[in-house]
Write a protein that binds this ligand. Sequence first.
Ligand SMILES: [Fe+2]
Length: 281
Amino acid sequence: MAHELIDVDRYPIDHPGTHRYDQLVRACRHDMATIGCAVLPGFIPAEIAGGMANQLGTIETFNRCHVLSAWGDPPAADLPADHIHRRRFPEDTHVLAGDQLVGTGLRMFYETDGLNTFLADALDVPELHRFDDQFQDLNVVQIKDGGLHAWHYDLSDFVITLLLQKSEVGGQFEFAPFIRGEVIPGMVGGRDGRVWDERYDDVEQLFAGTWPATHMLDLEPGDLVMFNGLRSMHRVRAVHGSTNRMIAVMSYDTKPGFSSTDAINARLYGPRCQELLNTHL
Ligand SMILES: [Fe+2]
């Protein structure tokens, strides 16, 4: 019974329909609607999060070391050469894929009965299903001394993370709530077919450090975060010191059976993943 991993006295996800459960769901929905982010501090006890982190420290990671646009896709050809959509930022993170987490405490947590039902309630969607993709369903992202995850948008409407280990210095999560506007009706384009009101002037301020409405979270091990990364640009500030920042990323879809392609997984998780896919052809 994996409920023992969760602080159910504080977060009664095992008692849907009760007043306290409804209060918790209401608070999450409020935070998601107002700032696109809901934090549940100490969702699992810090020592359990630390134990999960200790299980992962020796598993070989894949280093994602790139220089990328915050939008991930190329800008429209008519944008000027110095436009911020063309600006590129470094990413230096290390990732573990879902298949490397079989048998870990973290996977036991991800597969907790009722967790996806609670998250669906909190995010105000009819249902949520874990990905049916052995690589993408559950990931761990580690950032080592000097590494960072620069400004970017996510591709999905929401992401659920659990901090397992914090760095000695840095590693704060910084985000600009809903700095991106709504989808522009009737236009087609971009990575997912949608064209957004990008509000480039606001993002220019964000990159310059003068955007007045950023939020910064200094998360503790065991904190659960629900986040809308599609409209809220975000980054993880540089990490310093000998302790890696380690965060679990749990993926869900509103429909069952989501799985990605082999080509995408090989790109996301590197040669180890590619070899595994080759041997199963
Ligand atoms: Fe992200």
